[in-house]
Ligand binder design. Structure first.
Ligand code: NDP
Length: 285
């Protein structure tokens, strides 16, 4: 295997250790509300992981469960109560929602000061104009921000590189492309209507796949030495967790690759913890 593995677990652990040290040093009480609507088993697992991350960081996790039959108004009323609760610094509404609930309306109901998942539409706008950075109160969407850290950990200079993002969702693909563009990469975004995906991905020095389809990215679609970041979370035919890339084969060609599990997933959660701490730090502004 040629590629070096970008270890998301190790990097996430480092970030969480730093967060825990800051919370302890400054004697902070930081609260994250996690709202789960319905009984999606995968969502249950994600929520449990986030609770464990909170425990590791010294963040108090407050869990709220609503039945799958909850109305949109009930969800929004809960969010409004959490917006007004001074013990809650960040609010996370675990997705996917039951079909009758409008994702955009729920996302927009979260206070911009507590939107630690950064799913509000104005966040994408702020990222588009580059309104973020060390002193900004803008939260960065956790998955793309985690991907940026993984790319940086490879030692790759993003400036001037050909970057291809496969997937154009509002929460991963689009903000990802904007963040790479802000780092002066030359960015191409692919999606389900892209005519010849392999022809585009083969140009990529940095390839980020956020689709949700097992083995979409095969070795012949990857430029030798490329950094391959696999955001996808899928189950293979044996029910085993896997990404979008045919990892073993792609690793023969790529320079760096993220594993699934153990790549982007833990980084997403670590960045959620960082956003929650930042929300606390800005809560008195
Ligand atoms: P969405 O379903 O919202 O978006 C998927 C994107 O993939 C769409 O833009 C779609 O195109 C595109 N697409 C679908 N099929 C193809 C294809 N054959 N070729 C090229 N593009 C295609 O998913 P998300 O962005 O929410 O998530 C993507 C994946 O990342 C999922 O597996 C999800 O589970 C995972 N994920 C992982 C996270 C982590 O922390 N590891 C966090 C968030 C997501 P079109 O727009 O044309 O329909």
């Amino acid at each position: 295997m040629a590629a070096k593995i970008l270890d998301g677990n190790a990097l996430a652990k480092k970030i969480k250790t730093e967060i825990a040290a800051q919370i302890k040093r400054d004697n902070l009480e930081v609260g994250l509300a996690v709202v789960l609507v319905g009984n999606d088993p995968a969502s249950r697992v994600y929520v449990d992981h986030k609770k464990k991350d909170c425990d590791e960081c010294g963040i108090i996790s407050h869990e709220y469960r609503l039945p799958a039959s909850a109305t949109q108004n009930q969800v929004i009323e809960l969010i409004q109560a959490l917006n007004a609760d001074s013990e809650i610094n960040g609010i996370l509404i675990q997705q996917p929602f039951p079909a009758h609930i409008d994702v955009l309306s729920v996302n927009e109901a979260v206070s911009p000061y507590k939107d630690v998942d950064a799913f509000r539409t104005d966040t994408v706008g702020k990222i588009a104009v580059g309104d973020y950075g060390a002193d900004s109160t803008t939260f960065l969407p956790c998955t793309p921000a985690g991907v940026m850290e993984l790319i940086r950990s490879s030692g790759t200079d993003i400036c001037g590189k050909e970057c291809v993002v496969v997937g154009r969702s509002n929460i991963v693909g689009k903000p990802m492309a904007l963040m790479l563009l802000n780092e002066s990469a030359t960015v191409t975004v692919c999606h389900s209507k892209t005519a010849d995906l392999g022809a585009v991905t083969r140009r990529a020095d940095i390839l980020v796949s956020a689709v949700g389809r097992a083995r979409l990215i095969t070795a012949d679609m990857v430029k030798p030495g490329a950094v391959v970041i696999d955001v996808g979370m899928n189950r293979d035919e044996n029910g085993k967790l896997c990404g979008d890339a045919d990892t073993a084969a792609v690793a023969e060609v790529a320079g760096f690759i993220t594993p699934v599990p153990g790549g982007v997933g833990p980084m997403t959660r670590a960045l959620l913890m960082r956003n929650t701490l930042n929300a606390k730090r800005h809560s008195h502004e």
